[in-house]
Design a binder for this molecule. Sequence first.
Ligand SMILES: NC(=O)c1ccc[n+]([C@@H]2O[C@H](COP(=O)([O-])OP(=O)(O)OC[C@H]3O[C@@H](n4cnc5c(N)ncnc54)[C@H](OP(=O)(O)O)[C@@H]3O)[C@@H](O)[C@H]2O)c1
Length: 357
Amino acid sequence: MTGVATRIPMARATRLAIIGFGNVGKALARLLLSKRDELNARGVQFVVTGIFTARHGHVIARRGLNLEEALAVDNLWELKPRRPAIGGLEFIRTCPADIAVEVSTLNPFNGEPALGYITEALSRSISVVTANKGPIAFAYPRLMALAREHSAHILFESTVMDGCPIFSLVRETLPCTRILGFRAILNSTSNLIIQKVEEGSSLKQAIAYSQEIGIAETNPSYDLDGYDAQIKTSILVQVIMGECLPPSKVARNGMGHLTEKVIRKAVQQGKHYHLIATAFRNGKDIEASVDVQLLSKDDRLAFVTGTSNGIFIETDTLRSIFLSEENPGPAQTAYGVLADCVHVAEALRKPARKRIS
Ligand SMILES: NC(=O)c1ccc[n+]([C@@H]2O[C@H](COP(=O)([O-])OP(=O)(O)OC[C@H]3O[C@@H](n4cnc5c(N)ncnc54)[C@H](OP(=O)(O)O)[C@@H]3O)[C@@H](O)[C@H]2O)c1
């Protein structure tokens, strides 16, 4: 098999620079290989011109690199031609790209350094696709304005609900609808860990398992202490409800106080703990929180198990919409990234540059 780049004339291809090559970055590379025929049939071709990591080197290949080779090595330094070490900002300045795909580690406190990477890309009229929640939560209005100013696009479907199309659903299919609020399970890791403990694992074993399958944040306390869900709640409020709400304004209570005994006792009573995110309009204000709640069987969110997520979106037109994704992992998150890349590539080709973000 040949790499993605080999048969694609550069003039027709959309160039991707990938920042972060962990679970999601690698899953994206596999999808770019396995979905090549479907992409071609849609008239979209991608070449990856560079990949940047923190500790595993980087590679830049102006005519496109061989993704199979990149997936096969432990360290990108092993790929020719060897290059001197550079920082992430320099990578963005050097690597020729139409889209910067930002899938580096979450910083739940200010979104850096990913926010700086995205700002640099947009300032250079390079569109951005990201699964990284930090930059969107902390700088959504600023990044949108920057994208508009530089005729670039920014999409971030996989920042919330692991690739399940929540933002495109609201953007593309609900015209003239006001989102009144939502109630959701947004953090797969805590959901899975509670279920594993219910089934007999210790908390320690359950955390290790969620890391093993690649769904936990690099630092799992970001999941368990509710930061991940807090940030996702802030993003949803800003994007689908159109209201400014920084993560710090989302009240947060993680699952730190839950012991194995407490979790299993609830099951004996026919109930289950879940980390629930809610946001509702209260007059001109938004009330938003992330909290561990004990759900009984008459609550549909109680059936969202494993790594699944689920959301009730309250609207002023269709009343309540329920959206759920069954047991997503890095491959589904990567699919959300790929779908965003397709939408951006198609928008970039349109002469009038239809705005999609
Ligand atoms: N995993 C999921 O299912 C999932 C779901 C939704 C959203 N996300 C989001 O997707 C992003 C990636 O997740 P992941 O699971 O792929 O994480 P991961 O496996 O920990 O990989 C993170 C990648 O980012 C690189 N990196 C770390 N710090 C960096 C920096 N300062 N500059 C540039 N690159 C840096 C790492 O480099 P090294 O390889 O050298 O360490 C690694 O390649 C995160 O923002 C996460 O919140 C993940």
